[in-house]
Design a protein around this ligand. Structure first.
Ligand code: NAI
Length: 333
């Protein structure tokens, strides 16, 4: 297939070209995100290959359909950025990479928890400046603390298992509780109960209309004063202004974000010489007890190998009319 690869970074090119030697597709790499301004770059191609911040709303999908695009190959697991009703109506196939490395994301969530708790981000700079004072670096033992995992799919379960290894008590909430997880690692409780009891809350559910701003002012008010919140899932799960209010009132004691609702115009780019216009984001960065990483939880060599391998296998299966287990259907289909 002739494939237009959008939001292509040097690492995407490296891994996709390596695995494409076994598949022989024609890949052309485009730096811009796919949106209504850039969609014409897909002229003459049969498929587009996209990532988390490409915008596949109805307008873009209609434009892709007019250009003869038959396949949208996502290089990610989440597909909240794709209007699946539009793709279905227009007969465009959508495939994703459901699990490229749940370990990568779970381990990043753990890295954020440990960093925030033991203030490694502050200690690093202090010691480099010859400041060996410990004031302000006080942490707590994870052992015996209660951690709430919202969404116990692949990533949430691994996060819970690792934290169980630290001796944490795990509470879990999911629309579809996992029996094995409940038997071995954690206790399923109602969402409100999880929010009330947890010292640390880690989000691992997808962004859907039901989960949009799941963490808002009302939810934050239910939580334990000084709670640690970790979001490595999707930015839209939290209301960023409510987080700022919660941090200012000290209801939130620690916050780690790997994702941000308005990340599209910032993340994955070097904007170090630019003026960031998002005042909410900039305010979040001013708190000493906040860590933000730029959607890097997935970013391990293992994950990039798996992403490239599965993406190209999806394209090959669909181009040969073979069944593709990673094809996504609209919810109402
Ligand atoms: P998964 O599909 O295995 O698990 C998601 C779980 O959330 C399922 O058990 C599902 O039942 C549950 N869920 C769905 N709606 C819910 C609701 N309203 N309330 C509670 N639980 C609900 O997905 P996986 O692989 O564990 O990924 C989770 C999320 O992590 C993805 O949706 C994606 O947004 C995010 N992600 C972030 C990455 C990063 O680099 N920061 C990389 C990969 C995924």
């Amino acid at each position: 297939m002739k494939v237009a690869v959008f939001s292509a970074k040097p690492y995407d090119r490296k891994f996709l070209e390596k695995f494409n030697q076994q598949h022989g597709h024609i890949l052309k790499f485009f730096k811009p995100n796919l949106d209504s301004q850039t969609v014409t770059l897909a002229t003459g191609f049969e498929a587009v290959c996209v990532f988390v911040n490409d915008s596949l709303n109805r307008t873009v999908i209609e434009a892709l359909s007019n250009l003869g695009i038959k396949l949208i190959a996502l290089r990610c697991a989440g597909y909240d950025n794709v209007d699946l009703n539009a793709t279905q109506e227009l007969g465009i196939t959508v495939a994703r990479v459901p699990a490229y490395s749940p370990y990568a994301v779970a381990e990043h969530a753990i890295a954020l928890i440990l960093t925030l708790n033991r203030k490694i981000h502050r200690a690093y700079y202090r010691v480099r400046e010859g400041n060996f004072a410990l004031n302000g670096l006080l942490g707590f033992d994870l052992h015996n603390r209660t951690v709430g995992i919202i969404g116990t799919g692949k990533i949430g379960r691994i996060t819970g298992q690792i934290l169980r290894g630290f001796g944490c008590r795990i509470l879990a909430y999911d629309l579809y509780p996992n029996k094995e997880f409940a038997e071995k690692y954690g206790e399923y409780v109602a969402l409100e109960e999880l929010m009330r009891q947890s010292d640390i809350i880690s989000l691992h559910c997808p962004l859907t209309p039901e989960t949009h701003h799941l963490i808002n002012a009302k939810a934050i008010a239910l939580m334990k004063p000084g709670v640690m919140l970790v979001n490595t899932s999707r930015g839209g799960l939290v209301n960023a202004q409510a987080l700022i209010d919660g941090l200012k009132s000290k209801q939130i004691g620690h916050l780690a974000l790997d994702v941000y609702e308005q990340e599209r115009d910032m993340f994955f780019e070097d904007l170090s010489g630019e003026i960031i216009q998002d005042d909410v984001f900039q305010r979040l960065l001013t708190f000493p007890n906040v860590i933000i990483t730029g959607h890097q939880a997935f970013f391990t060599e293992d994950a990039l190998n798996n992403i490239a391998e599965t993406t190209l296998s999806n394209i090959t299966a669909i181009s040969q009319n073979h069944p593709c287990p990673n094809q996504i259907k609209a919810v109402n289909s």
